[in-house]
Write a protein that binds this ligand. Structure first.
Ligand code: PLP
Length: 377
């Protein structure tokens, strides 16, 4: 008997918002107008050699691994290229970790709310997902200590920097406390970090992986390059990396060698950090435009996060409003967002919603927020 699985409400919603007249704040999509199409085309042209068409090692293109490692070192995370596994997006890295570490019935601790597709991966593996209480500064280490004591989780899953869906960032002090706890209890921690480079204000926060050998750090080209490349990477301690490589072999032998070679060629010929700076300048303005429009858009008594980077603002509506009802009215006005309920591992809060500010220009954000304001009438 095949397992019963439910589809992702976010992916279902993306299908509804594909109509060109819809201004969508739903998906965490990078801005299509900011893709470096010419740079990518040139990189694929250079990459398309006979060698790039052949089978290759599961660990990934050595040139690409070395270049990714270099960028991680520049961001303060010491990383030899051998500690990296190239994956088909960071979503695959998550699946590999789940396969390598979780037996059915294993416990995974998560921040609540958290990334929906991670919850799906844990549930598909038959894991029991346990939420850890937190606040605007991320999960609370004292609450995590209680969960560790009571539920004995195998894994803690976090998006510590500019979280999906809330935009929150875990403070350096809490990172240090969580790293110490992981070391003490032999807890594995997944640091899922697709948004960390997209900072619009404030100071860089050190990666959790720089504080403990129990942390598996997941990175991605999706938000800083292009998501259809489907390229990500996983930095893991050597003994676990060996297992993950075998799991990767069983999953797909290796990630597309053509795409990997193109990414390596792109990094050789272009300054990706300069591209990221340009993204940050544009996204910072888009963030400000959405935050500025919120008081005139949502009902009095609403609250929202004020992210320093990333893609998302998380809104909590005043008592009794169900974001799913608002969505129906919003779609009728050709504007979309994601109701927050599906990001909860346990008890959903129907009064929450996630808005993405990166996909649309400042002008489209202003128009979309005007349409959304009408959805409450
Ligand atoms: C927290 C988080 N992890 C992972 C992913 C998946 O990224 P990728 O495109 O690298 O598979 C996303 C995509 O939105 C995300 O928000």
């Amino acid at each position: 008997m095949p397992r019963t699985v439910s589809s992702s409400p976010v992916r279902d919603l993306l299908a509804l918002t594909a109509r060109p007249e819809v201004i969508s704040f739903a998906g965490g999509l990078p801005a299509p107008d900011l893709f470096d199409l010419d740079g990518m085309r040139a990189a694929f042209d250079r990459a398309l050699t006979r060698r790039a068409l052949q089978y290759a090692s599961s660990e990934g293109d050595p040139d690409l691994r070395a270049r990714v490692a270099e960028r991680m070192i520049a961001r303060g995370l010491p990383t030899p290229g051998e500690d990296l596994l190239v994956t088909t997006g960071s979503q695959q890295a998550l699946t590999l970790v789940v396969t390598a570490l979780l037996e059915p019935g294993a416990v995974v601790a998560v921040e609540e709310p958290t990334y929906l597709a991670a919850l799906q991966a844990f549930r598909l593996a038959g894991a029991r997902v346990v939420p850890v209480a937190g606040d605007e500064h991320g999960v609370d280490p004292a609450a995590l200590a209680e969960v560790v004591e009571r539920d004995r989780p195998t894994l803690l899953y976090l998006v510590p920097t500019f979280a999906n869906p809330t935009g929150r960032t875990l403070t350096p002090e809490r990172r240090a406390a969580i790293a110490a706890l992981a070391d003490r209890h032999g807890l594995w921690v997944v640091e899922d970090d697709p948004y960390g480079e997209l900072r619009y204000r404030g100071e860089h926060v050190p990666a959790l992986a720089s504080m403990s050998g129990r942390v598996l750090h997941l990175g991605s080209f999706s938000k800083i390059g292009a998501p259809r490349l489907r390229l990500g990477w996983l930095r893991a301690p050597a003994e676990l990396l060996r297992t993950l490589v075998v799991v990767k072999q069983a999953a797909d032998l290796h990630t597309s060698t053509v795409d990997q070679a193109a990414a390596a060629a792109y990094l050789a010929a272009n300054d990706l950090s300069a591209h990221v700076r340009a993204l940050c300048a544009a996204y910072g303005e888009r963030r400000d435009a959405m935050i500025a429009a919120l008081p005139g858009t949502v009902p009095d008594g609403s609250r929202w996060t004020d992210p320093d980077g990333g893609t998302f603002v998380w809104v909590t509506l005043p008592g009794g409003v169900d974001a799913a009802d608002v969505l129906a009215a919003a779609l009728a006005r050709d504007v979309a967002f994601v109701p927050g309920a599906s990001f909860f591992a346990t008890t959903p809060d129907p009064a929450t919603m996630r808005l993405s500010f990166t996909t649309n220009t400042v002008e489209r954000i202003a128009e979309g927020m005007r349409r959304l304001a009408g959805a409450w009438q």
